[in-house]
Design a protein around this ligand. Sequence first.
Ligand SMILES: [Zn+2]
Length: 524
Amino acid sequence: MYDLILSGGYVYDGLGNVPQYEDIGIQGGRITALGKLGGAACHCKLNLKGRAVTPGFIDIHSHSDIYYLLDSSATSKIRQGVTTEVIGNCGSSAAPLYGEYARVQRKRWAAVGVQLSWRSFRSYIQVLRDTGIAVNVVPLIGHGNIRGAVTGYNPGKATKKDLTGMRRLLRRGLKAGAFGLSSGLIYVPGMYAGTGELIDLARLTGDYGGIYATHIRGEGDNLLTALGEAVLIAEKTGVSLQISHLKTGNRANWSKIEEAFFIIEQGQRRGVQITADRYPYIASSTDLDVILPEWWHRMNYKKRHQWISNKQDTLAAVLTETLPDNWADDIMVAHAPALGRLKIEGLYLSQIAARERLSPEKTMLRLLQKTDFQAQAIFFCMNAGNLNKILRKPYVMIGSDSSLRTVQGRLRIGYPHPRTLGTFPRFLSKFTGKGKIPLAQAVYKITGLPAEKLGLKRRGRITKGAYADIVIFNPRRVRDTATYKKPFCYPEGIETVIVNGEIVFANGHKSGKLPGRVILKTDL
Ligand SMILES: [Zn+2]
């Protein structure tokens, strides 16, 4: 007796093969039969004429870590067909939480009513398991967490003792089942790490079979040296490298795309394991203060604050010198905590500047000052041609670079990047089909390929014995509807989402079931 039979859909196996018109039998959370299941007994049967049936999508680059505590149904993810998320990216993970890093994070989250009750990686995993989640989770350890725990936000080079401390924290996480290390080398405190420190930690990660996912040191003017550094780290240590959200940021750097591919592909030819991910949009989104010069980020918090309060004119003059013309036309404020009443979210910096009769530079600095550097922005800095080239590369998978959201309630905050609610349906609708990426290949990029990268042998594929993480969608109707101006719109065409054999989303509604698992590398 099957728990569920999926009957008569076009089954994409997630490995890139041509689809098969066949039935899927599910029992005990696994796929136990494939083929013609005609009159077999079952508790539930779905007739899927004209539908595509694929493995559940794996979001290789997510930031949902703490957001599960606000929405354990992971609504915006399951509505896109995501059944597994890799969390803890860009150098920042929910755990471990110690030292100055913990103090900063606890304060930040307490301001929005979330108590971070854990310290160790293990205890965070326990909190997730106790809460229950709708999707499977693959956790990474953030380099920012371990550096910030040991040296705080001190920009200095790590001493031998610091490195021992960082290694200890990382080893503890890897031993407890983390899938690897992530770094965010444009953020504090990650940007303070030298290449040697990263090599040291990547080597340890590689020893445990983990991956090293990196938001590299620069994605614009110093893209190529930053890529070179990432490849060097992997080559020296043997760690499996994941370049996060590969891009050529800012018009002046668009022409660097072929050189960027060359650096990656030369590395691959030398035997370095390199893959990358990207979201299917041409705007990025992150902290607004990333636009400030590096020397500013290298000052401690107190000094940074002093500069922004007392030397605003000097800082504004530096920005005028260094930023391109009309830069403020390309930056939209996505979230300005505590300034909601000013209604500046969703506006471009140039619009706010005009309204306030200030220069764009001063407008931005005031905004950073008022939000205690917490303002988030969307940067329109990329182009469609390069996006197409990147997505077509066989080693590029799709990552949303987003945390989960809901369109109502506490998680309807600001103007999140539309990738938050649209990434996977958008990829399927805009980048696949005739003259584009064949659907079977596209499905592989969001299922089998990330599963292989992570060493998940029984996910990301529809084969006998695999976990029943499955998405059913209408290939003619699937599309994203979230936009920069109207980001809180769920996609269309994703009809049924199954996690470990349980339906979590069907007929436009989530079921409320929480069958997701925290997957630990030690359990594979
Ligand atoms: Zn990032």
